[in-house]
Design a protein around this ligand. Structure first.
Ligand code: URA
Length: 233
């Protein structure tokens, strides 16, 4: 791989910036100053530094974000809304991370961001039935009949939702686990039983659980174990 490609994929420097830094002797490959931005490097075996900092190349990056209120699940927005990727450092944004699936603007919690299009596609595929659990609060008490209807499936705009699991922790609070992800699904399901969501937070996504150490707006990279679990799910 070309040195300038490696540095741009890592979000560290553009091709132009790499050429400039190489000329200024700010890049080393295996301890030797790299004078040519287009030199070939092995991204795994070679040790590259940029301005004294070691460069770690990865083909894909996986990030868990605790989504705060008011952010839209996008990488850019023409209406001037705040986007979830703006919560990541610039170098991660330059690596092309995008949200894997959507959460509504006012939904909080576990959001996965990656530049691995294939994994994202698999996790979101309706055929895979990847489970997602949400903690919710609603405006009015939910009856046993409401819970039973929600669990067996309700009509949301002509679509009958698939069976799901609902457990109440209080008459207006609980958890719901879905294996599908229609637009505004939980909001519409609650409306179908004449209720209204007042709080929604995703707490699991397949094998991942929202890390309690992450405050709203905070993020961390997934561990190798979490990435392996996602690939198996
Ligand atoms: N269902 C909703 O209604 N909103 C979300 O953000 C996620 C699931």
């Amino acid at each position: 791989m070309r040195l300038d490609k490696l540095l741009s994929e890592c979000g560290i420097a553009s091709r132009k910036e790499t050429a400039k830094a190489a000329k200024a002797g700010q890049i080393t490959v295996n301890g030797i100053p790299a004078t040519k931005a287009d030199m070939q490097v092995d991204p795994i075996a070679d040790v590259v530094t940029f301005c004294g900092r070691a460069v770690k190349w990865r083909e894909f990056v996986y990030v868990m974000l605790n989504k705060p209120d008011g952010y839209v699940s996008a990488t850019e927005d023409s209406r001037g809304e705040q986007v979830v990727t703006s919560l990541l450092p610039e170098e991660y944004q330059k690596m092309g991370l995008f949200p894997c699936g959507r959460l509504d603007k006012h939904t909080l919690g576990l959001m996965l961001l990656t530049n691995d299009g294939q994994l994202s596609h698999r996790l979101l595929s309706p055929k895979r039935h990847v489970a997602k659990t949400y903690a919710f609060r609603v405006k009015f008490p939910l009856s046993e009949k409401d819970v039973s209807e929600l669990q067996s499936g309700v009509d949301i705009g002509g679509y009958l939702t698939k069976p799901c699991t609902v457990t109440l922790t209080d008459e207006r609070e609980g958890r719901i686990t879905l294996t599908e992800g229609k637009y505004h699904q939980i909001k519409l399901m609650m409306e179908a039983v004449h209720n209204q969501i007042t709080y929604l937070e995703r707490i699991t996504f397949g094998p991942l659980s929202l890390d309690p150490a992450l405050s709203r707006g905070e993020w961390r990279e997934l561990t190798d174990g979490e990435i392996a679990a996602l690939n198996q799910s």
